[in-house]
Design a binder for this molecule. Sequence first.
Ligand code: SF4
Length: 361
Amino acid sequence: MEQTKHLPLSLYGLEAETIAEILSLTKNFQAKQIFNWLVKGVYTFEAMTDLPKAERERLSSLMSSACSSSIHTSETDESGATKMGIRLHDGKVVECVLLVDKKGRHTACLSSQVGCAQGCTFCRTGTMGLFRNLSAEEIIEQYIHLLSASKQPITHIVYMGMGEPLANIAPVTRSIRYFHNPKTFNISLRRITVSTCGVVPGILKLAEQKLPVKLAVSLVSADNRLRDRIMPVNQTWDIMTLKKALLHYQRLGGKRFTIEYCMLGNTNTDEISAKKLASYVRDLDVIVNLIPWNPAEELPYQTPTEEEIDHFTLLLDRLHVNYTRRRSRGREINGACGQLAVPINKGLDLDYESMVDEDDE
Ligand code: SF4
C-alpha cells in the first residue's frame, strides 16, 4: 500500500484542489471527477467509472472508501420518513432522519455531536452526556447516507438531531457552506435551520460569519428560575443575555427565527408563563412554535392535555403573540435538537412540520 501521505478518513467537505493534493493526482480534472462522484453519493473508487482502471486500483489501495461512516440501521415509516443509525469510524452511532412532508419537501435532520453536554431535562439526548463532537465530514456524510434512501433531492436541512450545533460551530458552519456550495447541493441558506438551546457565543459567532440560516431557539420558559431548572444552559446564559444575542443576530441580517416552546404539562402552560413569554417576544421579530412535549418514560414530565393547550393558546391570543401550534399526533420530534436519541425499536417520533417553515416552498 502506498504510504506517502497522511490520508484523511473522509474526502467529504474537501475542495477538488485539496483532493488532488491528498491523492497525488497528476490530472486536476480527475480530482473534479472524484469531487462530483462524492456529491452523487459514490465513495468507493472502483465505482468511479470515468477514472482509468489503473488509477481506480491505485486509489482503492490508498483508501478503501472515501467516506468514513456507514449505515448501521435504517427504517422507514408509513409517512416515508427514514431514520438511520450511522456508524462512525470509531464505532459510535449517531442518528439522522429523512423527512418527507405533505408538500413533498425532503428534509434531512442531522446530528452535530455524539450525545450532548447541555443536559436539557426534557430531552433524551440530554441524559446521555457528550461523547464527542462530529467533524464536518461526519455531518455531511449523514446527508449523503440519507440521500441514498431518498427518491428525490433533499432540499432542506435541519440541525436538530443529536447534540447542540452551536457548541460545535466550526464543523457545523463548514458543513453548511458545503451544502450551500453551488458545486455540491446548492441549498439555499433559508432552507437550512440550526437549532440551539441558547448557546450565546455560538449565536454571536453565527451572526459575525454572516451566514443567515434560520435559527430555532429552544426557550421552553421565559422565566429564569424555571428555565434554570429545565435547561441548565440558562445558568450560563440567562434569558436576557439570550435575548440580547438574538436581537444582535437580527440586526446583523439573520433571518427571522423561531422560538421553540416545548409545552410541558403542568409546568410552563399557566397564565404567568404565557405573560412572561408574551413580554419576552414582544420586541423580537419572531414566531413562537408551540410543541406539546412527547412522552418519554425515563423523563420527569408529562404531555399537556388538549384543554391545557387550548387554554394556553387562548392566553397567547389575548396577549397578541404570533405563534403556531403543532397538533400532537403522538409521533413528534419536540422541535428541539436531540430528540432523536430514541431506541430505534421505539419507532420514529417525527413532526417535520415543526422543522420546516410552512411558507417555504
Ligand atoms: S435539547 Fe438539544 S441542546 Fe438540549 S440536551 Fe437535547 S440535544 Fe442537547
